[in-house]
Structure formats: structure tokens, C-alpha cells
Write a protein that binds this ligand. Structure first.
Ligand code: NDP
Ligand SMILES: O=C(O)C1=N[C@H](C(=O)O)C[C@H](O)C1
Length: 269
């Protein structure tokens, strides 16, 4: 069996550690590199030290060293980190699986441009559950287009730095597309003071941050006499790590192109 040679960026982070364990357990993958930024206290440590299972791969800040043996980079860091890695990967034909959230339009355009040089899977949520939920939302939105107010509520751990979550924004985009609306024009991010009555064409977002919540998302379609709630709750980051490995397998035979988890899971039909 050909092994997928995968490097992990943000190797000491919450997702980085989970990915390193998932790669160690996968029969068709091998950890081929580990990156963290300069100044990170874990540079030069073994990438598996967190789990007590040494990998023989040392966490590096130098991209040339950290990516020398890798065909794939799985990146769950921050937009500025991912964009730095992206440039190197595009130039060296290293395929990327990008889970980082919080990109602005320019960042997303840079990812699209890099996908002309290497294959990339870019998705704000790699779990199968969330991606199937996106399909349910598309169907629900088409049926609740009149008379139902749409609100998206997300909750995450206290360390999360971006809001709303990338998943909540994706849910908003999917719903807005299904309704023929533009999310940029109809999104309302939080409310305070005398807001006036709710505009029925809006999609509202609310954010909760606290403790160790892995990631909860609920979309509310609130009508008269009834309301429908579609929820997804993550209880472990393992589903994001397993989804990322599926994404790597999906682009293993692709030289270029931008894909998302709907492509990987065959949900686009
Ligand atoms: N798509 C999906 O399925 C999921 C996406 N995410 C997203 O992944 C990202 C990471 O989440 P999480 O693991 O919880 O975060 P953590 O803060 O735990 O880990 C981030 C890692 O990236 C490193 N890092 C931060 N900034 C840079 C930079 N500029 N250059 C290189 N490395 C950097 C950090 O190093 P240091 O400690 O030195 O700052 C750390 O090792 C977030 O954007 C999150 O929203 C999370 C879960 C699932
Ligand atoms: O930061 C996190 O933890 C998560 N981030 C992603 C997001 O912003 O949607 C995915 C998941 O919800 C966990």
C-alpha cells in the first residue's frame, strides 16, 4: 500500500495533536513532518511527545526542513500561518488540507489562486456530520423560505479566536444561496439596544464562548406556531481529524484544484 506522507502544521495545537495521533493510527498514512511557528516552545520536540508515542519526527519552524519529506500538509493554524504555508506548498507542489477558519476575502482568493498550482481541500469543518447537516439545511431553507425567521447559534471553547465560527458562516452561506440571498447583505451579527423589529430577510448569528465546548451549531427556523431546530454537536475533535485524512486520500491522485468536504464526501450531486 502506498503511504500518504503527511506533515502537520500547528503540530502542538489542539487539532495538531489530534491529527498526529490520527496519522499514527492510520494504516495508509505516515507522519512526514511537523511545523509550528518560530518561538513556539515545542520546536525541536518530538511531534508525538504529547501522546507519549514518539514519532521520530521533530517539530520544526523551517518550512523547507519540515516539509522536505511531505506530499501533503494538513493545516489547522491561523489565517496568517496558513497563507505563509500556502505560498511554499504551491511553489513545491505539496497538497494542502486547510481547516483554518477566519480568512478574509483576500485570504480566500489566495487559496483559490494556489489551487491552480497544487491540490487543496479547504473546509471550515471536516466532520462528516456537519457536512451532511449542510445538505439538510439546504433542503430546509428551500422549504422555509417564507414565514420563518432564520437564526444560527454557535458555541465553542474559551480559546477560540474567531467569531462567528467558520462553520456557522458556511451554514449561513448555504442557507442564503438556497434562498437566493447574499449573506454579505442579509447577515446580522449579534444584537444590542433598541434594534427595531426583526427584518424577515435577515439571517441572524449568535456566538457563545466558554469552557471546553468542542463545537455546537444550531440553526433555528422560527415560524408562527412552530419552530424547527437543526443541530450538530461535536464531542471530540477526532471527527475533524478523520475527515482531514479522508480529504488527503481524496486529493492523492489530483495535481491541482480546489475542493471542499462536500466534494470529498460525494455530497454535491
Ligand atoms: N475545519 C475544521 O474541521 C476545524 C477547524 N478548526 C480551526 O483550526 C484552527 C486551529 O484550531 P485549534 O487547533 O483549536 O487552535 P490552537 O490554538 O490549539 O492551535 C493552533 C496552532 O497553530 C499555531 N499557529 C498560530 N499562529 C500561527 C502562525 N501565524 N503560523 C504558524 N503557526 C501558527 C499555534 O502555535 P502557537 O501556540 O505558537 O500560537 C498552534 O500550534 C482554527 O482556525 C479553528 O477554527 C478547528 C477545528 C476543526
Ligand atoms: O475553533 C474550533 O474549535 C472549531 N473551529 C471550526 C469553525 O470555526 O467552524 C470548526 C469547529 O466548529 C471547531
Amino acid at each position: 500500500m502506498t503511504q500518504l506522507k503527511i506533515a502537520v502544521a500547528g503540530a502542538s495545537g489542539r487539532m495538531g495533536r489530534m491529527l498526529i495521533e490520527a496519522i499514527a493510527a492510520a494504516p495508509d498514512a505516515v507522519l512526514a513532518g511537523a511545523l509550528d511557528r518560530e518561538g513556539n516552545p515545542f520546536i525541536n520536540s518530538d511531534a508525538g511527545a504529547f501522546s507519549g508515542q514518539l514519532t521520530g519526527v521533530v517539530i520544526q519552524s523551517d518550512l523547507a526542513k519540515g516539509l522536505a519529506d511531505a506530499d501533503f500538509l494538513i493545516d489547522f493554524t491561523r489565517p496568517e500561518g496558513t497563507l505563509h504555508h500556502l505560498e511554499y506548498c504551491a511553489a513545491h507542489g505539496i497538497k494542502m488540507i486547510i481547516g483554518t477558519t477566519g480568512f478574509d476575502d483576500a485570504g480566500k482568493a489566495a487559496i483559490r489562486a494556489a489551487a491552480e498550482k497544487t491540490a487543496i481541500v479547504f473546509a471550515p469543518n471536516m466532520s462528516i456530520g456537519v457536512n451532511v447537516t449542510l445538505k439538510l439545511l439546504e433542503m430546509a431553507a428551500k422549504n422555509f423560505s417564507e414565514g420563518y425567521d432564520i437564526e444560527i447559534v454557535e458555541a465553542h471553547h474559551r480559546h477560540k479566536v474567531d467569531a462567528p465560527s467558520g462553520t456557522a458562516l458556511k451554514m449561513g452561506e448555504v442557507i442564503a444561496d438556497a434562498l437566493g440571498r447574499d449573506l454579505k447583505e442579509c447577515a446580522v451579527y449579534g444584537r444590542e439596544g433598541v434594534t427595531g423589529e426583526r427584518d424577515p430577510s435577515t439571517i441572524g448569528f449568535a456566538t457563545v464562548r466558554g469552557g471546553d465546548i468542542v463545537g455546537d451549531h444550531t440553526v433555528l427556523f422560527a415560524g408562527i406556531g412552530e419552530r424547527i431546530e437543526i443541530s450538530h454537536k461535536s464531542s471530540s475533535r477526532v471527527s475533524y481529524a478523520q475527515g482531514s485524512l479522508r480529504a488527503a486520500r481524496y486529493i492523492a491522485d489530483k495535481a491541482t484544484g480546489l475542493y471542499d468536504m462536500q466534494d470529498v464526501l460525494g455530497l454535491k450531486a
